[in-house]
Structure formats: structure tokens, C-alpha cells
Design a protein around this ligand. Structure first.
Ligand SMILES: Cc1cc2nc3c(=O)[nH]c(=O)nc-3n(C[C@H](O)[C@H](O)[C@H](O)COP(=O)(O)OP(=O)(O)OC[C@H]3O[C@@H](n4cnc5c(N)ncnc54)[C@H](O)[C@@H]3O)c2cc1C
Length: 254
């Protein structure tokens, strides 16, 4: 439903008494954001990765999301108190011994920046299990979020490095004539994905809730079926078991 202000602007003939408007407009809703920093790497800080939402109304007016636009307009040099609530039922961060398959195109990379930072801190004191991360964006030059961060952890003994059994794979959907998505990159790394799954890896998916989670699920089903030599229905059951065990975690939003 379009916001009341948008309706009033689009239909100026509607003259609403202020008291009615106050009764009509629902209270402002809280917005959820994934925390994109690790408390071990940045004590007493919470980093967010926010995309500014915008869309066209049926009257071809550009509209911007309330909270994301407000956040983007803040002056980083000024202190602004922001009320925040932390969800206590969020799944705990994965232990360092758990291999991870992370899939987070766009701002879906937010929680995985926190995971990689946390593992980097843990790697100083403990052996860490392999982490592979599939990221996706439109163009390498315009929206490759945290590019230097991922690349630095892919080098040498970094959390996503070959040496640690990890990997970082990016799908630039618009950098070539045909569109390439995270699922295509996962297919290219099919054997690797299966080896990690067989070694007990957990799968985490974050980002847009439109088509991506279903496409990624079907891609994983295909990988399990092909690499594990299982019929498609058994692969689907295998993934359902993973979900029941808490090793298939999805955090998506529209
Ligand atoms: C668990 C969870 C984690 C999240 N993590 C993140 C995160 O890490 N980063 C992040 O950026 N966001 C994240 N979100 C999304 C975030 O909570 C907000 O929904 C988002 O920032 C938009 O809020 P807003 O106030 O700017 O937009 P709003 O003012 O709420 O506007 C959004 C409204 O605009 C409408 N709208 C939006 N786009 C269109 C369109 N194209 N056409 C027509 N109408 C449209 C929608 O109907 C919606 O009601 C997360 C959401 C959840 C549930």
C-alpha cells in the first residue's frame, strides 16, 4: 500500500483534517538491518550495509525509502542518537570449526563481512575451518561492495584464501552480454561446494528475497544430486535435513 503522504500528494483534491490524518497514519515501523561488523574486530561498534531504496510510483514520481534515505543523509562527522533493538533470537555466529558456504549478493554480503572479520580474529588463536563466499553485483566498477576487504582476505593466509581451503567468487551480472548470477558461480565450483557440504559445512544465504533464495536452493539441489550421485528428490530431502539441523540459514528481505 502506498504511504498516506504519497496518496495526498498524488491527489491534492483530498483535503484531510489534521486530526483525521493522525488517526489514519500508522506508527512508524522499525526496520531490521543485518550487522555487518564483528564485535571482536570492532568492539562497541555496529556497522550496517544499507542500500538506499527507491522506486517509481504509478504516476512516475521517484520515491525513496524512509529509513535508508534518512540514514544515507546523516553527516558521518556528527553524533546522532538512533534507537536500536537487537534481536535476541538471531542464530548464534558459527563456531570457528564449522566450514561455511556463504551466499550473499548485494547488501546480502552484510552479515558475511561480520563472519569473515570474526574468523580473521579467531584465526590468530585457533585453527579455522574453510569459508567460501559467493558474492554478486551488477558491475565490477560501480557496486562491488567492500571489494578491498574481500580481496585482502583472499590473499595469503586470509580467511577466504586457497591456503585455508577457502574461496571468493563474484558474479558481475551486467559486465558481459549475458547475465551471470551467484548460482552460475556456484555451478562452476560445484565439486568444491559438494566437498564442503560432505565435510559438514553450513550454508548461509542473505539478501534479496525476490528470486534469489529459490534459485540458490534449486542450484544447491542440482549440485547435491549431480556430485553426490543422488536422485533429485533425495537431494531435496538431504537439504531439508540440513535445514532441520540448523545448517541451512536464510536471512532475506524485499
Ligand atoms: C532480517 C532483515 C535484515 C535486513 N538487513 C538489511 C541490510 O543489511 N541492508 C539493507 O539495506 N536492508 C536490510 N533489510 C531491509 C530493511 O529493513 C528495510 O526494509 C530497507 O532498508 C527499506 O527501508 P526504508 O525505510 O528505506 O524503505 P520504506 O520507506 O520502508 O519503503 C519501502 C516500501 O517501499 C515500497 N517499495 C520499495 N521498493 C519498491 C519498488 N521498487 N516499487 C514499489 N514499491 C516499493 C515497499 O512496498 C515498501 O513498503 C533487512 C530486512 C530484514 C527483515
Amino acid at each position: 500500500m502506498p504511504p498516506a503522504l504519497q496518496v495526498l500528494e498524488d491527489f491534492p483534491s483530498v483535503q484531510l483534517p489534521f486530526e483525521w490524518l493522525v488517526q489514519l497514519v500508522p506508527p512508524l515501523k522499525t526496520r531490521a538491518f543485518s550487522i555487518s561488523s564483528s564485535p571482536s574486530a570492532h568492539p562497541n561498534q555496529v556497522h550496517l550495509t544499507v542500500s538506499v531504496v527507491s522506486w517509481m510510483t504509478p504516476f512516475k514520481r521517484k520515491r525513496y525509502g524512509l529509513c535508508s534515505t534518512w540514514l544515507a543523509g546523516l553527516d558521518p562527522h556528527k553524533r546522532v542518537p538512533i534507537p536500536a533493538w537487537f534481536r535476541r533470537d538471531s542464530p548464534p555466529p558459527p563456531p570457528p570449526s564449522l566450514p561455511l558456504i556463504l551466499i550473499g549478493p548485494g547488501t546480502g554480503c552484510a552479515p558475511f563481512r561480520a563472519f569473515v572479520e570474526e574468523r580473521a580474529v579467531q584465526s590468530v588463536s585457533w585453527p579455522i575451518a574453510p569459508v567460501i563466499f559467493f558474492f554478486g553485483c551488477r558491475n565490477e566498477d560501480s557496486d562491488f561492495l567492500y571489494r578491498d576487504f574481500w580481496l585482502s582476505h583472499t590473499d595469503g593466509k586470509g580467511v577466504l584464501s586457497e591456503e585455508k581451503g577457502g574461496g571468493f567468487f563474484v558474479a558481475f551480472s551486467r559486465d558481459q552480454p549475458h547475465e551471470v548470477y551467484v548460482q552460475n558461480k556456484m555451478q562452476e565450483q560445484s565439486e568444491r561446494v559438494w566437498n564442503l557440504l560432505s565435510a559438514g559445512a553450513a550454508v548461509y544465504i542473505a539478501g534479496s528475497s525476490t528470486k534469489m533464495p529459490a534459485d540458490v536452493h534449486s542450484c544447491l539441489e542440482e549440485i547435491v544430486s549431480r556430485e553426490g550421485g543422488l536422485p533429485r528428490e533425495s537431494a531435496a530431502r538431504w537439504l531439508r535435513m540440513l535445514e532441520r539441523d540448523g545448517r541451512y540459514v536464510i536471512e532475506t528481505w524485499s
